[in-house]
Design a protein around this ligand. Structure first.
Ligand code: SAM
Length: 243
C-alpha cells in the first residue's frame, strides 16, 4: 500500500466513522440494501468499462469491492488504483485483493481525496461507489474534491458514481426516508455500536443533493454532459459526467 501524506482538509467526523466501523462495514452494507449494493456496483462497472479504459481510479474505495470488480471484469491491460483515507478500510481491501485472480492489476493508495498524489490527466476513468455523498454532503471541501477528481482525469474521460438518491415520487421518497431512519439507523447502530455514525449516514442519505443540485456542482468543477440513471425506484442512482 502506498501512503500519501495527509491533507489538512480531511473531514474529521467522517474519518472517524470509517476508521471505527471497518470490520463490520461490508455486513452492514449488505443488510441495508438487501444485497442490492453488489448489483448496483456491477451496473457502475459496466458503465465504466464501456470506453475500455486502461487506467482507472476508485476514489473512496473502502474495503475494495469496486476496485476488485473493475479489475476482474476488464480486459487484461487495465490497472486499477483504489484510493482511501481510512487505513483500516484499505487493510481489508488489500486482504480481499490478495485472494482475487486480478490482483496484479490492483494497487491501493492511502490518502485524502482533496489532494491526490497523481499528475494531471492520469486516469481514463474515475469511479466512486457510495462515497460521493461523503465527499459532498455538508463537507466544506466539497468543491475541492470535485476539482481534484477533474484534475486527475484525462480530457474526454468519464467520472461515474453510484450512490443513494432522492426518489422523485413523493410516496416512494417518504417510504425511503422512513426505511432510512428506522431500519437503517437501528441496524447500523446495533451492529456498529456507533450512534453518531449512523445518525450522520441516515441524515446525509435523506438530505443528499437532487440530480439538479449535483449537476450544478459537477459543472462548476468543469465537467460537462452530466447524466443521471435512477436505480430501484430512485433510491439509488448512477451519476456521471465527462471532462
Ligand atoms: C461508504 S464508504 C464506501 C466504500 C466503497 N467505495 C464501497 O463501495 O463500499 C466511503 C469510503 O470513502 C472514504 N472517504 C471518505 N472521505 C474521503 C476522503 N476525503 N478521502 C479519501 N477517502 C474518503 C471512507 O474512508 C470510506 O472508506
Amino acid at each position: 500500500m502506498v501512503d500519501h501524506k495527509q491533507n489538512k482538509s480531511r473531514h474529521k467526523p467522517l474519518f472517524r466513522i470509517f476508521n471505527d466501523i471497518n470490520e463490520r462495514y461490508d455486513l452492514i452494507n449488505r443488510l441495508f440494501t438487501w444485497g442490492m449494493d453488489k448489483n448496483w456496483r456491477d451496473r457502475l462497472v459496466t458503465e465504466m468499462l464501456k470506453s475500455r479504459p486502461q487506467k482507472v481510479l476508485d476514489v473512496g474505495c473502502g474495503t475494495g469491492d469496486l476496485t476488485i470488480r473493475i479489475a476482474q471484469s476488464a480486459q487484461e491491460n487495465i490497472t486499477v488504483s483504489g484510493y482511501d483515507f481510512s487505513r483500516p478500510m484499505l487493510d481489508i481491501a488489500e486482504r480481499k485483493a490478495r485472494k482475487c485472480i486480478a490482483r496484479e492489476r490492483i494497487s491501493f493508495i492511502h490518502g485524502d481525496a482533496a489532494g491526490m498524489p497523481f499528475r494531471d490527466a492520469t486516469f481514463d476513468c474515475i469511479g466512486i461507489s457510495f462515497a460521493l455523498r461523503n465527499l459532498l454532503f455538508e463537507n466544506p471541501s466539497a468543491h475541492q474534491y470535485l476539482c481534484e477528481i477533474f484534475r486527475v482525469l484525462k480530457p474526454g474521460g468519464k467520472f461515474l458514481s453510484v450512490d443513494s438518491s432522492q426518489p422523485q415520487n413523493k410516496i416512494i421518497r417518504w417510504l425511503d426516508h422512513l426505511y432510512l431512519c428506522t431500519y437503517v439507523y437501528t441496524i447500523g447502530m446495533v451492529i456498529s455500536g456507533d450512534r453518531c455514525a449512523y445518525k450522520y449516514l441516515t441524515r446525509s442519505a435523506m438530505n443528499f443533493d437532487s440530480p439538479e443540485q449535483l449537476e450544478k456542482r459537477f459543472l462548476a468543477a468543469g465537467f460537462h454532459k452530466f447524466f443521471y440513471q435512477p436505480l430501484f425506484f430512485g433510491a439509488a442512482a448512477i451519476y456521471g459526467a465527462t471532462k
